[in-house]
Design a protein around this ligand. Sequence first.
Ligand SMILES: [Mg+2]
Length: 281
Amino acid sequence: MFSSNLQELLQPLLKLKLNSLQKTIIKKKESHEKYLHGSFLLLFFRFRIMKYKYILFDLDRTLWDFQANSFQTFKEMYETFNLGKLCNTSFDEFYLQYKTINALLWDMYRQGTLLKEVLYVKRFSLTLEYFGVMDCSDLSRKLGDFYVLEGPKKTCLVDGARELLDYLMAKNYHMYIVSNGFKEVQNEKIKTSNIDYYFKKVYLSENIGYQKPNRKIFDAIVSDLEALSNECLMIGDDFAVDIVGAKNAGIDQIYYNPEAIKQEFLPTFEVKNLREIMNIL
Ligand SMILES: [Mg+2]
């Protein structure tokens, strides 16, 4: 009798305890599921990032500050050859005109319609002629030589470049340069600016026989590395050359786009500052 009363008394208490136990079990299960879900996401994320082993860097304007170095070289050239007096123009005007002419000639060189030797001199002779200096082949050659000799001695790097290279090196990424620039100057630029030790190899279009954005240069590099294209990642500032080329070869890309220029498609990643890449890799 007493036992039956006690059982009745305890029943609601037992029910309450059971409910609370069930709730605890459900909560633990949910939290465990959440944890597992989080772990899978983390694993997925890690896998996605860790899949890149080979980092392909463009050189000019991506690591080597072409703009600052070229500006410095031109200043020296302008003074040395007294171009202000000869062309009756300011440094800014002379440099602006040169850059316009040089860009047009580079397009022709990339398309294979202009020889490198012609480009070397023609960019200066056309600039001089624009400012009314005729019969200037000797001077143009001297300017061409000066630029090729003095330019690569400049050592300005793009903001955040060395920090990024240190970071990637510490994380054991295999790094390479892939450049369309001339072999006479690119190797010297890399050495003089003291970034050569970061790179396992320098791939120059002149040596490979194809220029970016031709996918054949990327295919040749992937094959030389004995890698898969999805293990490689191209980092570059020139959308039409670096990004389009890599994409066509099935290589993911980081578009270094400091001026936030709108482009025809979205690259795999896009950054305004090189340091942002440390959040990606
Ligand atoms: Mg570039």
